[in-house]
Design a protein around this ligand. Structure first.
Ligand SMILES: [Zn+2]
Length: 861
């Protein structure tokens, strides 16, 4: 699954607690024959199934999963049996009249279920066509444990089986599943019976069914048909994804050493959105929400285009890592998600080298991981998952971003070829099976001829970010000997027990040599050829922060422009974080930033722009806010002038990304030129919906919305109501909540009590209000709790509401969040704890950084 950006750090669920991984293994499914008949108008469906099972030890009870289903009959070997459904534990138990002996048997069920409005089980997506008519698309979302809302199943990843699915679709609609349809039979009432081919052995959470008024377009990649499936009228917007998927399939076939095993690979675009995920890797039938898959050249930015590649690359990597080889249990979810996230950049670096994906990962992805991992609320990558709540919580920034960073570190430590060979061994050995993490380490070790687990365990079995510190360096006889200490880097109170890792580290001297070492104890000496400026974690391949002594840092500032790009980015990011954590003064970051020239790499300016945005939050509401705004404009405006306001022929895609970032940042800081441009463009939208150049459409709209006057906001509301493109409409709805003006935020909240928007749109609007008005949004949600809960997937209610308060600087907020958490079951309070911890970290950073910002602004440098 690819989680939504906004939810990446705050995902949790609060469905009933359930002892997990506890289905008895004495009975295992072999082959499911499932038939379903949806009634989209009534939002219900009926189903029946026959499951061939293997009884491994004689038994009188059979236990599997079901949730939210009304079971009307249950049979074993054709004879009716008694069944009981434990709704809290989502367990369906059959009690047999006599013992079932070891061997092959069949169980059968008939049931009815409901079609959900949000993405769990079988769900509906409602949208408006260009001609104003209404349509309803059906799709399924089964990860983590929601296949059991579709059919009674052994709904745990280790119970792999084959699936044969049949479904009734209305006349004129198309239906799709993991495998191609073998036949479509017209029924007497005009409906169509789709029979899909049998799947390979796979986990239940990967099954898919979708139907609607759809179009499909295909290309061949070798013998595999790749399809893009959309609502009618926009299938050409899938061309970009289709072309990239055609390049990715042979790339992955080669990388994994196993050919993609299904005859087709569809990518289905749903015209809606979820607050919680962007796409799902159902085997052979990947589901995406539209913005993650469809490229609309009239409206999409360059970064939006790159995002499509990223998500497609992620989901396609799962077709092997996750679908062909699956984690044994959710404890090892990171094997799926860390690997797929890492593969986004690996494949981009090889297939789209001008995106500089490795350097970009240093500047952004690595920082995302370390941000979460350096607070007391972090946790190990691998941890015991025992309840459904915890399964949901596992989809977080540690699993995805830290997982990605750790895999990247192991690749750079073992060497890219050794690492790939280890992955090939692992795929060959475990295809169609399930694994635990140590089985991956074994194969990597065997391929590389060196132990992996010793290094890896420090990063996967304990939480936290290492900090390596240069304490002394001396040059003797043409070589530098450096003394390096290590400990934990923490944004809040350091842990009482000292922590260490085995940190693989490349140490280099500028103009000299590189040496590889492993920092293992509290302190290590390392020797490297040359006496030039010393670089620790050269290339920034390892997952660690680095701090220099004063002489070492002075040399880095002096030689900054001569450093490799990854080291410029990584050192800027380390310096900022070290200051926020109280390890060193922010003046070191400013000294380095002063060396970023107007024509520096776009990634450097994107990073600087991001940190200036962070500082704006640090001084918000203080007398420093106005001078910092002016200073930010003075620094960034010349860079924007240099690259231009609109796309130039032949420019690097990274320049496109930087332009978006700069227009956004300058607009946020009230730059009069950007603001004037935003008002002019948006004023033209009523008569020309594509008046804004696509390359700056997103930041122009957010500038307009953030600085909106009451008249601007009225215009935005009119544009929102008139918009027929579902993706553009969703974006407009969120913009209504982005105004900095308090009165306009209040008006946005009032819209939630009208029937102007759909439930997912209202949830997005409320989250947008919380961006600039966290206290107002949180208080409103608590006061209107039933209404807000009605907007959300049941599994996300508690985390969503506490997340609204996350940006608050009001000292009263932590107590308010804790009071709210008291109304939740104990198992659902994790998100509240993380939000409160995050607020404390930010408060401490504010206290540390404000004086340094003041000094910097006063110095005028
Ligand atoms: Zn994923």
């Amino acid at each position: 699954m690819k989680i939504a950006v906004a939810a990446a750090l705050a995902l949790t669920v609060s469905t009933p607690a359930l002892a997990a991984g506890t289905l008895p293994t004495t009975v295992v499914p072999v082959l499911y024959d499932i038939s379903v008949t949806p009634n989209a108008q009534a939002m219900t469906f009926t189903g029946s199934e026959t499951v061939q099972i293997d009884v491994k030890a004689a038994t009188r009870t059979i236990t599997l999963n079901a949730a939210g289903l009304a079971i009307s009959s249950a049979t074993v070997d054709g004879k009716p049996v008694r069944h009981t459904l434990d709704a809290d534990r989502q367990l369906l138990t059959l009690t047999l009249p006599a013992v079932a002996n070891v061997g092959r048997h069949t169980v059968g069920f008939a049931w009815s279920g409901k079609i959900n409005q949000s993405a769990a089980g079988l769900f509906a997506i409602d949208y408006t066509n260009q001609d104003g008519s209404k349509s309803r698309m059906l799709a399924t979302q089964f990860e983590a444990p929601d296949a059991r809302r579709f059919a009674p199943m052994w709904d745990e990843p280790a119970f792999k089986a084959r699936f044969r699915l049949k479904a009734i679709a209305p006349a004129g609609q198309l239906a799709f599943s993991n495998m191609p349809s073998m036949s479509v039979a017209k029924q007497s009432d005009g409906t169509q019976l789709y029979s899909f081919a049998e799947t390979p052995v796979m986990s239940s959470y990967l099954l898919y069914l979708g139907m609607g008024d759809l179009e499909r377009k295909t290309v061949m990649a070798g013998k595999v048909e790749i399809g893009v499936i959309t609502r009618r009228g926009v299938v050409d917007q899938g061309d970009y994804a289709l072309a990239e998927a055609k390049r990715l399939l042979p790339y992955y076939n080669n990388y994994f050493g196993q050919p993609y095993p299904l005859p087709k690979l569809d990518m289905i675009a749903g015209p809606g959105s979820s607050q919680f995920f962007g796409a799902m890797e159902n085997w052979g039938a990947i589901f995406y929400f539209e913005p993650e898959l469809l490229f609309d050249p009239k409206r999409a930015t360059e970064s939006g285009r790159q995002r499509i590649f990223t998500v497609v690359a992620h989901e396609m990597a799962h077709q092997w890592f996750g679908d062909l080889v699956t984690m044994q249990w959710w404890d090892d979810l990171w094997l799926n998600e860390g690997f797929a996230s890492w593969m986004e950049n690996k494949s981009a670096a090889d297939l789209n080298p001008d995106w500089k994906a490795r350097a970009s990962a240093v500047a952004f992805d690595r920082e995302g991981a370390m941000g979460v991992d350096s607070t007391a609320a972090t946790h190990p990558i691998i941890r015991k998952i025992e309840t459904v709540d915890q399964i949901g919580e596992a989809f977080d920034g540690i699993t995805y971003s830290k997982g990605q960073a750790v895999i990247g570190m192991l690749e750079s430590t073992l060497g890219a070829d050794n690492f790939r060979d280890g992955i090939r061994r692992y795929m060959a050995k475990y295809k169609y099976g399930n694994t635990v993490t140590d089985q991956l380490w074994s194969e990597l070790s065997a391929a590389a001829g060196q132990p992996v687990a010793e290094i890896a365990h420090g990063f996967t079995l304990q939480g936290g970010v290492p900090l390596v510190t240069l304490t002394a360096a001396r040059c003797v006889g043409g070589s530098t000997t450096a003394t390096i200490a290590q400990g934990r880097f923490g944004m809040d109170a350091p842990s009482k027990t000292p922590q260490t890792w085995q940190v693989p580290l490349v140490v280099g001297t500028l103009g000299g040599g590189d040496t590889r070492t492993i920092v293992s104890g509290a302190s290590t000496d390392v020797s490297v050829k040359g006496c030039g400026t010393l670089l620790l974690n050269k290339g920034k391949g390892s997952y660690t922060r680095v701090m220099y002594d004063q002489a070492g840092h002075d040399a880095l500032v002096r030689d900054y422009t001569r450093l490799p790009l990854e080291d410029r980015l990584g050192t800027l990011a380390d310096d900022y974080a070290l200051a926020a954590g109280g390890y060193q003064d922010l003046s070191r970051f400013f000294a380095l930033m002063g060396r970023v020239g107007v024509d520096a790499d776009p990634l450097e300016w994107s990073l600087v722009s991001g940190r200036l945005g962070s500082l704006r939050n640090i001084v918000r509401g203080t007398p420093l806010a106005a001078p910092l705004r002016a200073r930010t404009v003075a620094i960034l405006d010349p860079v924007l002038k240099r690259i231009g306001y609109t796309q130039r022929n032949g420019e690097s895609p990274l320049v496109g990304n930087l332009r978006e970032s700069l227009v956004d940042r300058l607009g946020d800081n009230g730059d009069p030129e950007v603001l004037r441009m935003a008002r002019t463009y948006v004023g033209q939208l009523a008569t020309n919906p594509t008046a804004i150049p696509p390359s700056i459409r997103t930041p122009i709209l957010s500038t307009f919305a953030g600085n909106a006057t009451p008249a601007d906001w009225e215009l935005l509301l009119k544009l929102t109501q008139a918009e027929t493109n579902p993706v553009a409409k969703n974006r407009f709805v969120s913009l209504l909540g982005a105004a900095e003006d308090d009165a306009l935020a209040t008006r946005a909240l009032a819209l939630l009590k009208t029937d102007t928007f759909t439930a997912p749109q209202k949830a997005a609007l409320l989250r947008a209000v919380s961006g600039g008005h966290p206290d107002m949004a949180f208080d409103w949600a608590v006061a209107n709790r039933a209404l807000v809960e009605g907007l959300l997937e049941e599994s996300n209610r508690s985390s969503f509401i506490v997340g609204l308060g996350a940006g608050s600087v009001d000292p009263a907020m932590p107590a308010k969040i804790n009071a709210f958490a008291q109304t939740l079951p104990e198992a659902s309070r994790g998100a509240a704890r993380r939000v409160v911890a995050g607020i404390a970290v930010r408060k401490a950073a504010v206290e540390r950084l404000r004086p340094a910002v003041q000094t910097w602004l006063a110095s005028g440098q």
